[in-house]
Design a protein around this ligand. Structure first.
Ligand code: NVA
Length: 311
């Protein structure tokens, strides 16, 4: 069976730890491994806007000795102009791996079923696994000793839309890392119950914890995290701004957790979900977080390539 990276729990706890340790090694030495020398090609397909994702995958694939092929999702029309299975079969005959940013998560699951090569989720409505892996690498570097093992017990508070891709990916990845995650989100914007159950079952095994509350706050947090209140493809900006405003990451909120660092996957809306003085302040790790997309994704590409070779 071809392995894919569609959600964080496609990896076991030990595999995620290996990915993070490999990513730390690649952050220190970007050219350590060149499994795509040849070069073999990797397709990067975007159905939604992208800056960090296309950049970090494209540069990362070059680091690995490979050739990145950018595909405009609107031109390809996967699932509209051509069925998802047909597109998958065409892609899988040309490239070693497929990276896809799209909407409904079922779309990428269907592509993976038919591609015959590893598929990596570069964001769907339900998950953003690569970003959260980069975030954990950043925390390991700044709150631990750089190793995945040093993430164990770290307390993260996520505030805002608890039902979006970032919240879901934090729930799964923090659980795998043995971290303690609290999601503070208004009623109606809590995580998908199935994903929460999956995360809590993992946390029970790893000694981590994943909890959900309506109460905004950051007491006891080592890391405070938020994301846009309006994800790509969503509407209702005004209503969302009203509902989420008590969950904004302000200087006052950060004062509740004096040692905490601040994370945000970007793009950020200063004065909305995060205050400018927090995002641009000394406790913000957002630029390291963005830079770490590249080593984190390279670690995933290396591991998937290894597993595909073992089939
Ligand atoms: N939740 C955001 C993440 C952006 C990287 C979105 O889906 O737009």
């Amino acid at each position: 069976m071809t392995r894919h990276f569609l959600a964080n729990d496609d990896l076991s706890a030990a595999e995620q730890a290996r990915a993070l340790d490999l990513a730390a090694e690649l952050a220190a030495d970007p050219y350590a491994y060149r499994p795509f020398d040849g070069p073999r090609s990797v397709a990067i397909i975007s159905d939604k806007p992208t800056l960090r994702t296309q950049l970090s995958f494209q540069v990362g694939i070059a680091d690995l000795g490979g050739n990145a092929v950018m595909v405009d999702g609107n031109l390809a029309g996967i699932g509209t102009r051509e069925s998802i299975p047909d597109s998958a079969r065409v892609l899988g005959r040309q490239v070693a791996q497929i990276v896809w940013r799209t909407g409904a998560h079922e779309r990428i699951e269907e592509l993976a079923t038919h591609a015959g090569v590893p598929v990596i989720n570069a964001l769907t409505d339900a998950h953003h696994p690569c970003q959260v892996l980069a975030d954990l690498l950043t925390l390991a570097q700044h709150r631990g000793d750089g190793s995945a093992a040093s993430l164990r017990g770290i307390r993260m508070t996520y505030l805002g839309d608890g039902g979006n891709n970032m919240a879901h990916s934090y729930a799964l990845a923090c659980a795998l890392a043995g971290m303690r995650l609290a999601i503070a989100a208004p009623e109606g914007y809590h995580p998908d119950p199935d994903i929460l159950v999956r995360a809590q079952a993992i946390a029970a095994e790893t000694g981590g914890a994943v909890s959900v509350t309506d109460e905004p706050g950051a007491h006891g947090a080592d890391a405070v995290v938020t994301d846009t209140w309006l994800s790509m493809g969503q509407d209702g900006a005004e209503e969302r701004a009203r509902v989420f405003s008590p969950y904004a990451v302000t200087a006052e909120l950060m004062a509740q957790a004096p040692d905490a660092v601040a994370l945000h996957c970007l793009p950020a809306y200063r004065g909305k979900e995060i205050a400018a003085e927090v995002l641009d302040g000394p406790r913000s790790l957002v630029w390291d977080e963005a830079a770490n997309r590249r080593p984190a994704q390279k670690a995933i590409m290396i591991m998937l390539d290894e597993w595909a070779g073992e089939q």
